[in-house]
Design a protein around this ligand. Structure first.
Ligand code: GAR
Length: 219
């Protein structure tokens, strides 16, 4: 089985992109980053693509008349790179249901909460306001609704009494950088399948090996 070709879509800092690039630099890792796309020409994350020698391209919404034209450009660029899986990594734009259907089960996203809690923006402030004792991150298969879809990997971190949004975000981000490569590995090694909108392990004995790892990690 050949390595999975990834397109990583970013809008900003790109620390999750860097985690994926770092994982993919290991020849034993079953995926490669074929293309980085930013919808923001000023995204710092584009620098990571350059550092790792991976093609990076800018496709900005404002350069296109409407969303279908923007998404057609995205689609063309991604297909030209023979991409198997699209990884949204801080890509702060909702893809249309049409686009998601065209790439059904082949787009994944990372979100900094234990979904379905706290989808959308201001995740950490809302988690703190709700007084949750655990937060974390989720890597999920993308569906048309925002931050919705079958859950591939979750990692939990504690919420500490003196946390601010920033300190909690920092703790969650460390978990994100482990969770995202793990999710890509599970898909690339065909260890999981989607049944009734839930991600199940193909071989139940693997659940013992990957299950705890893909559910809970408290540093
Ligand atoms: C990450 O925390 C990611 O989970 C979040 O944006 C940040 C991007 O950071 N994504 C979302 O909130 C999507 N709903 P990065 O650019 O350093 O990877």
């Amino acid at each position: 089985m050949g390595a999975l070709n990834l397109a990583v879509l970013i809008s900003g800092r790109g620390s999750n992109l860097k985690a994926l690039l770092t994982a993919c630099a290991d020849p034993d890792f079953p995926a490669r980053v074929a293309l980085v796309v930013s919808d923001n020409r000023d995204a710092a994350g584009l620098g990571h693509a350059e550092t790792f020698g991976v093609p990076g391209t800018v496709i900005e919404r404002r350069d296109y008349a409407d969303r279908p034209a923007f998404e057609a450009a995205l689609d063309t660029a991604i297909r030209a790179s023979n991409v198997d899986l699209i990884c949204l990594a801080g890509f702060m734009r909702l893809l249309s249901a049409d686009f998601v259907r065209r790439w059904w089960n082949r787009i994944i996203n990372i979100h900094p909460s234990l979904l379905p809690a706290f989808p959308g923006l201001d995740t950490h402030a809302r988690a703190l306001a709700a007084g949750v004792r655990l937060s974390g991150c989720t890597v999920h298969v993308v569906r048309p609704a925002m931050d919705d879809g079958p859950i591939l990997v979750q990692a939990a971190v504690p919420v500490l009494p003196d946390d601010t949004g920033q300190t909690l975000a920092g703790r969650v981000l460390i978990a994100e950088h482990e969770a995202y490569p793990l999710a890509v590995r599970l898909l690339a090694e065909r260890r999981v399948e989607i049944v009734d909108e839930r991600v199940l392990f193909v071989d139940p004995t693997l659940a013992a090996r990957f299950g705890p790892e893909s559910v809970l990690r408290v540093p």
